[in-house]
Design a protein around this ligand. Structure first.
Ligand code: MN
Length: 202
């Protein structure tokens, strides 16, 4: 299914949370191919909020857009660390869905989170490493977990409350990524920070 990315900026028009997926071609064109290519996802939270936070997040997003082919997700974040040195820095998650291997690989630094929510309603929360990209981090682990068609990958910034869970949503919303992303922001978004959610159903 196509990824859905939703934002709720604290200081419009600026949004310190940014994200995307690559390759950007999506929908029937991407899914019609016999073996869909891996999809690289990113969610970035520029430190603070407002124009400077947005600038940091966009610098990272642009780096990822140019380097999403890199096989090692840790190298993508290390590359972002280099280009973010002159900015406030950012926290981020970079993930990759490998449809052929049925794996989700994940690397994160700081307070962005990822949850895999399965069709049997079990969930796995993936933990980011400590630090700020552009300022410093001590370790960077790439974790890889099995996924199946129907599973949801949900990435969110710390504008979403940490205790967020999907157990109370019915199957209609869980199978409609746009409605789910809107509901997560409405139900779990903080009023004191930018909020961003990226939802992909595998
Ligand atoms: Mn934030």
């Amino acid at each position: 299914m196509n990824p859905v990315l939703r934002f709720r900026p604290l200081d419009p028009p600026y949004c310190g949370d940014q994200g995307g997926w690559w390759p950007e071609s999506s929908g029937p064109a991407r899914l019609a191919v016999a073996e869909p290519v891996p999809l690289t996802l990113a969610l970035i939270d520029g430190m603070g909020h407002g124009a400077d936070a947005e600038r940091s997040a966009l610098v990272a997003k642009s780096y990822i857009a140019q380097h999403y082919h890199e096989p090692d997700l840790a190298q993508i974040i290390i590359g972002c660390d280099g280009v973010l040195k002159r900015t406030r820095g950012a926290t981020m998650i970079v993930g990759r869905i490998d449809y052929q291997q049925q794996l989700f690989a994940f690397a994160g630094v700081g307070n962005c989170s990822a949850i895999i929510y399965r069709s049997d309603r079990s969930s796995v929360r993936l933990v980011s490493d400590v630090g700020i990209v552009g300022v410093g981090f001590s370790q960077l682990l790439v974790e890889s977990i099995p996924v199946q068609p129907g599973d949801l990958v949900v990435l969110h910034t710390d504008g979403i409350r940490e205790r967020m869970h999907l157990n109370n949503y019915g199957s209609v919303i869980l199978n409609d990524s746009s409605r789910l992303a809107d509901a997560l922001i409405a139900d779990w978004g903080k009023q004191i920070d930018d909020v961003a959610v990226l939802v992909v159903q595998i």
